[in-house]
Design a protein around this ligand. Structure first.
Ligand SMILES: [Zn+2]
Length: 132
């Protein structure tokens, strides 16, 4: 039987221990065992790269998802507060007025009565708009 020396392990082996190249029909320079080892090494090396890429992509994706989710949550809870005329929404309206009038008042300093009055005002406005 024809023999061939593997250029990797330098062992002379029967030719059927070598793979045949698909295109040329010639035998590989490496024996099957070395070819497998090389393939494994190559795979391992590239799997690390691949896994890193995959991890990075996943991290990026989950961050985006988190950001998006946060945005939607913020938005929906804000709409809910607006709908229910919650304190933070009323304060936000009042602060807008305060700023327009060039007064300095932080949201903590807004008296409870003012919030209640503003809420009543908003409720009246909504009634008026609903009737029109
Ligand atoms: Zn070999």
């Amino acid at each position: 039987m024809e023999k061939r020396t593997c250029i990797d392990c330098n062992n002379e082996q029967p030719i059927n221990n070598f793979y045949i190249k698909d295109k040329t029909g010639r035998y590989h320079y490496y024996c099957k065992k070395c070819a497998k080892d090389r393939a494994k090494k190559w795979q391992k090396k590239n799997i690390d790269k691949f896994r890193k890429l995959q991890r990075d992509a996943y991290t990026k994706w989950s961050l985006e998802k988190k950001k998006y989710k946060q945005k939607t949550v913020n938005r929906s809870s804000w709409l809910k507060r607006k709908e229910e005329l919650g304190d933070s929404y009323i304060k936000w309206l009042l602060i807008g007025n305060i700023k327009r009038d060039n007064l300095s008042l932080s949201s903590k300093d807004i008296p409870k009565d003012l919030i209640l009055l503003k809420r009543k005002e908003q409720m009246l406005k909504r009634k008026i708009y609903a009737n029109n």
